[in-house]
Design a protein around this ligand. Structure first.
Ligand code: AMP
Length: 236
C-alpha cells in the first residue's frame, strides 16, 4: 500500500505519518525531513535548499525531483515483492515494509507528473492520496506553537501538547527547538506557497479517482481513526 499524505503545513501530516508507519509498516518519505537533515549535516543539498526554506518558499522542482528519485529507487527494491500493490496476492513477507508514505511531496504539478513517471518506471502504484483538511485559521496557531526535538523527531506544542519540563523533550531529554520556518512570518509565506502551488494537486488526484478527503480536526487519535476507516475501504 503506497500512500500520499496531503494537506497544508500544520494539518498534522507528520503526526499521522508516525501512526501510519508503525500501524501499516510503511516507509516514511518526508522531503521536509530530508531537507532538514541535509541542512544539519551541511551537505550540498542542504546548501541548495537553505535560502528557500528560510524564506518559506518551495525548493525548486529540479532539486526535489532529483532527491525523491534518489530516495525512492532503492526503496522500490525493498517493496518490489509487493509488485502491483492492487494485486490480490497477499503473500508478502510480513517483516518487510508494505509500502511507503509520501509526506510533503509532491507539492507542485511538475512534481506530481515526475512522480507518476518515476512510479511507472519502478512499477509501483500510488494507491491513495489522503487529503487532511483543517480550517485555515487553525493552521497558523498549530504551526507557530510547535516545538521539536530535532534528532529524535518528537513533536510538542506549547498549548496543545506541552512537554513535562518546558523546552525539554520528555522522551529523549533533548532541548526542544522552535524551527525557524515555524515562526509566524515564514509560516504565512509557507501557507501562501501551499495555496498557490500545491492546491492544484487536489484536482489532479481527484481526476485520477484516488483522492480521499478527511477532516483533520480533533485529536491525533481521532484523525487516525478516520484514516483507518478510509484505508479499510481500499486496503490491499
Ligand atoms: P515541510 O516540513 O514538509 O513543511 O517542509 C519544509 C520546507 O522544505 C518547505 O517549506 C520547503 O521549503 C521545503 N520542501 C519540503 N518538501 C518540498 C517539496 N516537495 N517541494 C518544494 N519544497 C519542499
Amino acid at each position: 500500500m503506497n500512500l500520499l499524505l496531503f494537506g497544508a503545513p500544520g494539518t498534522g501530516k507528520g503526526t499521522q505519518s508516525s501512526y501510519l508507519i508503525s500501524y501499516y509498516k510503511l516507509i516514511h518519505i518526508s522531503t521536509g525531513d530530508l531537507f532538514r537533515k541535509a541542512l544539519r549535516e551541511n551537505t550540498e543539498l542542504g546548501l541548495q535548499a537553505r535560502s528557500y526554506m528560510d524564506r518559506g518558499d518551495l525548493v525548486p522542482d529540479s532539486i526535489v525531483i532529483a532527491l525523491i528519485e534518489e530516495v525512492l529507487s532503492p526503496i522500490s527494491g525493498r517493496i518490489k515483492s509487493f509488485g502491483d500493490s492492487r494485486s490480490t496476492d497477499k503473500s508478502v513477507d510480513i517483516k518487510s515494509h508494505k509500502g511507503f508514505i509520501l509526506d510533503g511531496f509532491p507539492r507542485t504539478l511538475a512534481q506530481a507528473e515526475s512522480l507518476d513517471s518515476l512510479l511507472d518506471k519502478l512499477k509501483l502504484i500510488l494507491d491513495a492520496v489522503l487529503y487532511l483538511k483543517v480550517l485555515k485559521s487553525v493552521l497558523v496557531e498549530r504551526i507557530v506553537g510547535r516545538r521539536v526535538a530535532e534528532k529524535s523527531g518528537y513533536v510538542y506544542h506549547v498549548k496543545f501538547k506541552p512537554p513535562r519540563q518546558e523546552g525539554i523533550c520528555d522522551k529523549s531529554g533533548e532541548p526542544l527547538i522552535h524551527r525557524n520556518d515555524d515562526k509566524e512570518e515564514i509560516v504565512k509565506q509557507r501557507l501562501k506557497a501551499y495555496w498557490k502551488q500545491t492546491t492544484p494537486l487536489i484536482e489532479y488526484y481527484r481526476k485520477k479517482d484516488i483522492l480521499f478527503e478527511l477532516d483533520g480536526c480533533g485529536s491525533p487519535e481521532e484523525v487516525f481513526s478516520r484514516i483507518k476507516t478510509v484505508i479499510s475501504t481500499f486496503d490491499c
